[in-house]
Design a protein around this ligand. Sequence first.
Ligand SMILES: Cc1cc2nc3c(=O)[nH]c(=O)nc-3n(C[C@H](O)[C@H](O)[C@H](O)COP(=O)(O)O)c2cc1C
Length: 336
Amino acid sequence: MGFFDERLAEGRAVLAPMAGFTDAPFRRLCREQGSAWAVTEMVSAKALAGGDERTLAIAAPYPGEPDLVIQLFASDPDDAARAAELLVERFDPVALDLNMGCPVKKIVNKGCGVELMGDPNLAARIVKAMREAGGVPVSAKLRLGWDTVTLDPVADALIEAGVDALAVHGRTAQQKYDGEADWTPIAALAARSPVPVLGSGDVTDGVGARSRMAHGVGVMIGRGALGRPWTFAEVLRGERPSVEAMVRVLVRHAELHVAWYGSEAGLRGLRGHLAKYAMQLDGSGSLRNAFVQVNTVQDVVQALASLGYPVEPRANPPERPAHAHASVDAWANAGD
Ligand SMILES: Cc1cc2nc3c(=O)[nH]c(=O)nc-3n(C[C@H](O)[C@H](O)[C@H](O)COP(=O)(O)O)c2cc1C
């Protein structure tokens, strides 16, 4: 059994990659809550191949991060090979993933993301190049197609090229995020595929996740995990956490964020997440307003306390790392 089969057999859901959200602190939190593995934000193979350090920093794991999967967007097999080699050498990921689903213009215009759905041969060559150069399993994350469902020929080309797992967002590129995700073609692919197939789209709770797993499909959760990282624990145990437990997770997220980015960067980068947490709690409008102003973990605690959520920061908050890449000791400290 390979890595993907092994993890999926545990009945866990997987955090879906989301640019702007699935950074190291959020991945860590979701892994703690039961996500089977976690995929980074997408990074450019071309930029990595060109030696861009900022791109490399986006792919950096938190120290000791288990089961790291790094997602690349690429249009050129040579860039993809170079990037794969570099990422494996620097960060030792358990696997790499090829983005074949991003519909954003600036990605598509470079021949990357969902554009690859239109050129299965090229996509297959990229997967092959990543596997050979990286020496680790490679998955690909697709959509159903461009404007109609063309999943099968693309999946077959990737399987032929040796892909180790397929994840499919159940919408076409043209749909972006409109309408409901269609899991029927995904389940049909899973039923005949020799490699594990995961579906993605509109799963928000344990019931939804388990019903899809019953059809032999792995489950990725994206937006349903924003402000609700405990959704992975719900999938495993079928229980919703208490409000106190939710608030503890929220504060931990703020602490991990500061430990990763540094206190002087403040919590600006966490605001998208904080707005999502606010939606899960009573008094969400007031909480959201208060969260817009927060700069420190203590501000978060105070905002929560002012609305009747008493919570203390952890006795031993993680220290600020000198730099994300040099943060091993601080992050070791941040463990429970
Ligand atoms: C803000 C945002 C950013 C995303 N970024 C990526 C990405 O970098 N790579 C990728 O493969 N999919 C990306 N996706 C797609 C998600 O992984 C997922 O397939 C999609 O949101 C549908 O699942 P959901 O309904 O569980 O959110 C992104 C989605 C959102 C909402």
